[in-house]
Design a protein around this ligand. Structure first.
Ligand code: XLS
Ligand code: NI
Ligand code: NI
Length: 433
């Protein structure tokens, strides 16, 4: 046991009326939901970066957290891992996620940085064997170091493209070694600050080649996980090429990668792009690229990626409704890409933030499952389109404008609009959330 979480017990499900703060009220891993264990539906992951690497800074002030594992040595990295795995155990989460830069110190050379990552990877492997959590996904941090200030794959300097590609190779190797279920690419600096110095055409070509190289390498090493791209419209750059689900899908199609790559969709990024989370999930599902989710919440008064822990059950219910409608997660899961507020200094804050978020997701999942089981929403949707099921209507889609016009005349058509019944459906949803 590490000292950091010394006084905190392992959390257990105690039911909705529990009064103990250190308990789950809704997250009950073994409870069956639509024929599947709740744990296997939600597939929770804790992210390493916000919980263990982020110092609590904001644009007006620096570090607020004082953690014994903050520092640049391998000893610090191992202490950080010990503490992180202790938290995974307390929460009982089945997965975690990390960037290379979260888990190892940067070395004096690329070779040393790689050795540090390999060493920590073996340290993780031993811990995973001992205590069980699996890797939902690994990824490379290609945005914090100053070398990436003008992009990684999209950098005007080909040596930086090369450095980024080599770094991704090491992170894919680590993810493969740890049996990761997915590998994520988030292009934090793959965009621009000003069009005045930017060659859009070149940058998007470079990004397409980069992603194709990632897919080729996945097949070469026999990595069975899914490659995921994470859309975000802007921040840190003024404009990011992976703007939203629709933009990413167009990009994948352009490079012939739409069958190889899926998307990791984040609540806060959907909001930044001017969409709802459920919109992004529904669209990804309809395009066949729904991979995994980064669960968090944005402050509605702040126009940036505040990465709050989720606490809005109706919103989360609509999100899981789309996930369940799509058949549920396969390799994906629910990663908490969420961080404490910078005044939340204590060890227990980290635990309670996750416990609350897990309960919110469990309530959302149960509500979503109940809506699906009830079936009235889907029945209303099906009824709305029922006219399209008739064979003569299907034949119309295969005909031409002239024949359709002749048919309208022949039948003396005068179609009458019908209600969309939106409020009725909203009332129906409110019965479950
Ligand atoms: C940042 C992103 C990042 C990715 C992983 O906004 O959400 O945390 O999930 O690189
Ligand atoms: Ni994210
Ligand atoms: Ni984010």
């Amino acid at each position: 046991m590490t000292e950091f979480f010394a006084d905190i017990p392992k959390l257990a499900y105690q039911g909705a009326d529990a009064t103990d703060a250190f308990a789950f009220r809704h997250y009950n891993p073994d409870e069956m939901v639509l024929g599947r264990r709740m744990e296997d539906h939600l597939r929770f992951a804790v992210c390493y970066w916000h919980s263990f690497a982020w110092p609590g800074g904001d644009p007006f002030g620096g570090q607020t957290f004082q953690r014994p594992w903050f520092g640049d040595t391998m000893d610090h990295a191992r202490l950080k891992a010990d503490t992180a795995f202790e938290m995974f155990r307390i929460l009982g989460v089945p997965f975690f996620c990390f960037h290379d830069a979260d888990v190892r110190p940067e070395g004096a050379s690329f070779a040393e940085t790689t050795r540090n990552l390999e060493e920590i990877t073996e340290y993780f492997a031993a811990k995973m064997e001992e205590s069980g959590p699996k890797l939902l996904w690994g990824t490379a941090n290609l945005f914090s170091n100053r070398r990436y200030m003008a992009g990684a794959a999209t950098n005007p300097d080909p040596d930086i493209f090369a450095y980024a590609a080599a770094t991704v190779k090491t992170c894919m190797d680590a993810t493969h070694r740890l049996g990761g279920a997915n590998y994520v690419l988030w292009g934090g600096r793959e965009g621009y600050e000003t069009l005045l110095n930017t060659d859009l055409t070149r940058e998007m070509e470079q990004m397409g080649r980069f992603l194709s190289m990632v897919v080729d390498y996945k097949h070469k090493i026999g990595f069975k996980g899914t490659i995921l791209v994470e859309p975000k419209p802007q921040e840190p750059t003024k404009h990011q090429y992976d703007y939203d689900v629709a933009t990413c899908y167009g990009f994948l199609q352009r490079f012939g990668l739409e069958k190889e790559v899926k998307l990791n969709i984040e609540q806060g990024h959907a909001i930044l792009a001017g969409h709802s989370f459920e919109h992004e999930l529904a669209l990804a599902a309809s395009l066949g690229v729904l991979g995994s989710i980064d669960m968090n919440r944005n402050d509605y008064q702040c126009g940036w990626d505040t990465d709050h822990f989720p606490n809005n059950v109706p919103e989360v219910a609509l999100a899981y409704y789309e996930v369940l409608r799509a058949g549920g997660f396969t390799t994906g899961g629910t990663n908490f890409d969420a961080k404490l507020r910078r005044q939340s200094l204590d060890a227990e804050d980290l635990i309670l933030a996750h416990a609350g978020a897990m309960d919110v997701c469990a309530r959302g999942l149960k509500a979503a499952a109940a809506m699906l089981e009830d079936g009235k929403l889907e029945a209303a949707r099906a009824a709305r389109y029922a006219g399209w099921d008739r064979p003569e209507v299907q034949a119309m889609l295969g005909s031409d404008l002239e024949s359709v016009a002749a048919d309208v005349l022949a039948r003396g058509l005068d179609p009458q609009p019908v209600s969309g019944r939106q409020e009725r459906l909203e009332n129906l949803v409110n019965r479950f959330v």
